[in-house]
Ligand binder design. Sequence first.
Ligand SMILES: [Zn+2]
Ligand SMILES: [Zn+2]
Length: 175
Amino acid sequence: MLPSFRYHPDPIATGSIKPSSAVCICCGQARGSIYTASVYCLDEIREQLCPWCIADGSAAERFDAMFCDDHSLTKAGLAAGIITEVTRRTPGYISWQSEDWLSCCDDACEFHGDVSHDELRSLSGPALASFLASTGWTATQLNEFAPNYHPGGSPAIYKFVCRHCKLPQYGYDCD
Ligand SMILES: [Zn+2]
Ligand SMILES: [Zn+2]
């Protein structure tokens, strides 16, 4: 069982953590899974940290590392404890540009990975309004884009969900 991450509920599904026999450079153990996304620190660390050392903060402390950019969280005025949990004790995600972790209801949102093709094509109601607000697109632009969308491609569309009002939010990123 992986540790649980409040702001990244299924990091296996999003691809941020994968099964691996690699040894973690923080705890020195091969624990069966390894973190694959960004590590911001002085050392070059790629696929060398286990989820447990991320969850308990030991990897962040030892390497003075962050796992996602804190810019959007700081700009949203979130409490320092929330920003620290997201940037230093939560797996980041694979993105083209620097991460833009979304927030809602005075909290960081859960990250749910690339939105599925089906979900993007069937957006309606508050989810559609949220998508159009965050991308600045018109519904026509979305309808033209949706058939050509591929999860993991460029542009990428990431899904976040508010932990409180449950509204989905979408981040847009391209190479
Ligand atoms: Zn470890
Ligand atoms: Zn909310």
